[in-house]
Design a protein around this ligand. Structure first.
Ligand code: FES
Length: 123
């Protein structure tokens, strides 16, 4: 995330999402992975893998450990922080999230004209 002002968007795909589940969503033209953690919090990351852009939502999700393994080539990420586990140097872009008591989920898209997407070369 950066310090640019953000514009908030509702994410209907994430409403009613069970704890421990995740979903792919398109938010203001950006592909976003929304995660509803077992502790009830939400986080949101770039939806395409930083390696070769496989949809991260197709990956193997371990909700207990909070880790996701990409279906493409097995890169692994910590979805509590977005940090790469294997390889360790590759971090997912993270979006700000707001969830309301009423169940609505909103994602903040920075108004900075930049791409909110990290790419990483082969480890
Ligand atoms: S596209 Fe995700 S590991 Fe290669």
């Amino acid at each position: 995330m950066n310090d640019a002002p953000v514009q908030w968007f509702d994410v209907p795909e994430a409403e009613g999402l069970w704890e421990g589940d995740l979903v792919d969503a398109e938010v203001a033209g950006e592909q976003v992975l929304v995660v509803h953690h077992l502790d009830g919090t939400f986080s949101a990351y770039q939806g395409a893998c930083p390696h070769q852009e496989f949809p991260l939502s197709y990956g193997k999700w371990d909700e207990e450990a909070g880790t996701l393994t990409c279906s493409g080539h097995g890169w692994e990420f910590d979805l509590n922080s977005g940090a790469g586990i294997n390889p360790s140097g590759c971090r997912l872009y993270r979006y700000p999230v707001r969830a309301t008591d009423g169940g609505a989920v909103r994602i903040g898209i920075p108004r900075d004209g930049e791409s909110h997407y990290n790419r990483c070369r082969e480890a």
